[in-house]
Design a protein around this ligand. Structure first.
Ligand SMILES: Cc1ncc(C[n+]2csc(CCOP(=O)(O)OP(=O)(O)O)c2C)c(N)n1
Ligand SMILES: [Mg+2]
Length: 578
């Protein structure tokens, strides 16, 4: 049935048909027509954020926690440009979001009109696709296409920029529209010949590793991964984007690889003779110096995005397909062949490395708090059913290293772009998507000061997230690099938070949240338990920690994984032996 309505009404109706229940945004002139029918929608809840960056990260957090498309909305010009960072973030981490922006009237486009910014031009390289809509009749179809593109194939952000006159014009609305995407057909079914090749290499290998990335959880393939791992007895490493995709407690789990990976995970990759890359992109933070990465390994690389395959490292067996299908087919091929590799020598080597070089950290003699201890206790008390959402910096790496992830998707963070300010709004979005779950943001004192205004949103909208501010008084990760590579010349990394500017407890209070402070190891458990008991308002815990805690192990940027250090000037034995 066709109904007569405005473009703005058609937009809201289309969002309702797409089952959107939450939109994060801020209104303004160009998008104002859309906010009027939104006011009446009983299906779509609009969450008024305090900064558009918060809207974008909230959409990402929502998407990551639910597997559905997150939606954010902003006006033209500065509203739209404030979305650029989260759009870039979603692009780097393949997060499905749809960003809807108002644009100046079509007749004014290109005239430097008030609040005009060419947001589709600006976001061209950081969106999976984007649209500029100037005809009301195109709105429903474009919205359907945007959701389809964002959520299928390799997920990613899609921008829909709609001119004000298109929102105001009358049009005929009917649903469903017919999508017109002739050139868009992501390949999900892997090629059977490639699967057989991969199965053959797996049977022949002596030192294989399952190198698991964010794509496996995005394909909802953790159960398949678990079966493949147990069927083959191959060790597993999970990247920063894949933490929880394979349980940390499993004996075959070697940890996280990369710049701050465990010696066992980095060692497994380096010494491997077969890397089975699943939904990974051989990121420089994992490979270190590319030319010396896993030098003896053949590579099977499966990804839904053909552009990733052989981008950084040549794939001997390229497999284009959805990881759920790829892994399922691999299992079938391995079972059919009846062959099983013999990895016993490999396992004795890996188990020895794992035993000799567990993750660890130093306590401080002055009785001050070690940030890693906070993570361990948070992990133990909040448990593996909690969603942990990290900011960017040292605290992010400790959150990855010292929290035990048992469930897929329970660690949400900004991996590719490394966006400070991600945690608070993303945690808000995650909590709105999963209201029944506990959501802990783990933030740095620097990151927290970038987006903590969304505490107001959380308090007013009834989103009781918990935030652990790991307050080391510094831009800690940058300070760590200054310690190691710039002669301890601490140029512009001291935030002077020790002077309590701002006082995070008072700030929490000002935002209608509960603020707690913890400065001594003996108070950590009681403070976390107290925070766990407060479920009606957001809680901010100011964990004042020692400024000199460092993230180890570390592979210095641009150097070889073989040169991993477990502490300053301390290399593990395995790299010296060979
Ligand atoms: C938006 C943005 N600006 C700058 C950086 C560079 N950067 C990476 S980590 C970091 C320090 C973060 O400080 P804090 O939030 O206190 O975390 P810590 O490392 O101390 O745990 C900085 C400045 C960044 N990643 N993102
Ligand atoms: Mg800090």
């Amino acid at each position: 049935m066709t109904e007569r309505m405005t473009g703005a009404q058609a937009l809201v109706r289309a969002l309702e048909h797409m089952d959107v229940d939450t939109v994060f945004g801020i209104p303004g002139g160009a998008i104002l027509p859309a906010y009027d029918p939104l006011y009446d929608s009983t299906k779509v809840r609009h969450v008024l954020v305090r900064h558009e960056q918060g809207a974008g990260h909230a959409a990402e957090g929502y998407a990551q926690a639910t597997g559905r498309v997150g939606v954010c909305m902003a006006t033209s010009g500065p509203g739209a440009t404030n979305l650029v960072t989260p759009i870039a973030d979603a692009y780097m981490d393949s997060v499905p979001i749809v960003a809807i922006t108002g644009q100046v009237a079509s007749a004014a486009i290109g005239t430097d009109a008030f609040q005009e910014a060419d947001i589709s031009g600006i976001t061209m390289p950081i969106t999976k696709h984007n649209f500029l809509v100037t005809d009301a009749a195109d709105i429903p179809r474009t919205i359907m296409e945007a959701f389809h593109i964002a959520s299928t194939g390799r997920p990613g952000p899609v921008l829909v920029d709609i001119s004000k006159d298109a929102l105001q014009a009358d049009t005929d609305f009917h649903w469903p529209p017919t999508m017109q995407l002739p050139g868009y057909r992501p390949v999900t079914r892997p090629h059977s010949k490639q699967i057989r090749e991969a199965a053959k290499l797996i049977a022949e290998a002596k030192r294989p590793v399952l190198y698991v990335g964010g794509g496996v959880h995005k394909a909802r393939a953790s159960a398949e991964l678990f079966r493949l791992a147990e069927l083959t007895s191959i060790p597993v490493v999970t990247t920063l984007m894949a933490r929880g995709t394979f349980p940390d407690s499993h004996p075959q789990h070697m940890g996280m690889p990369g710049m701050h990976g465990s010696v066992s995970a980095v060692g497994a990759l380096q010494k491997s003779d077969l890397l089975i890359g699943l939904g990974v992109r051989f990121d420089d933070r994992v490979t270190g110096e590319l030319s010396s990465f896993a030098p003896g390994a053949k590579v099977v690389h499966a990804d839904i995005d053909p552009a990733e395959i052989s981008k950084n490292r040549h794939a001997d067996v390229p497999i284009v397909g959805d990881c759920k299908e790829v892994i399922g087919d691999l299992i079938a091929a391995i079972e059919a062949s009846g062959q099983k590799g013999d990895y016993s020598a490999w396992w004795s080597m890996l188990n020895a490395i794992k035993q000799t070089y567990p993750l660890g950290y130093d306590e401080f003699e002055d009785g001050s708090l070690a940030p890693q201890y906070v993570m361990e206790r948070l992990s133990a008390i909040a448990g593996p059913d909690t969603y942990y959402v990290a900011g960017v910096g040292q605290h992010q790496m400790w959150a990855s290293q010292f929290i035990d992830y048992e469930n897929p998707g329970t660690f949400i963070n900004s991996g590719g772009l490394g966006t400070m300010g991600f945690a608070v709004p993303a945690a808000m979005g995650a909590k709105m998507g999963r209201p029944e779950s506990t959501v802990w943001a783990i933030d740095g004192d620097g990151c927290f000061q970038m987006t903590n205004q969304e505490l107001a949103t959380c308090a007013l909208e009834g989103v009781p997230i918990k935030i652990a501010v790991i307050n080391n008084g510094n831009l800690g990760m940058v300070r760590q690099w200054q310690t190691l590579f710039y002669d301890q010349r601490y140029s512009n990394t001291n935030l002077q938070t020790t002077r309590r500017i701002p006082d995070f407890v008072k700030l929490a209070d000002a935002y209608g949240c509960v603020g707690l402070r913890c400065e001594r190891p003996e108070d950590v458990d009681a403070t976390i338990k107290k925070a766990m008991e407060i479920n009606d308002v957001p809680v901010v815990v100011d964990f004042v920690v020692h400024q000199d805690a460092m993230v180890w192990p570390m592979v210095a940027a641009g150097t070889s994984n073989d040169d991993i250090k477990i502490a300053r000037h301390m290399a593990p034995k395995w790299s010296e032996d060979e």
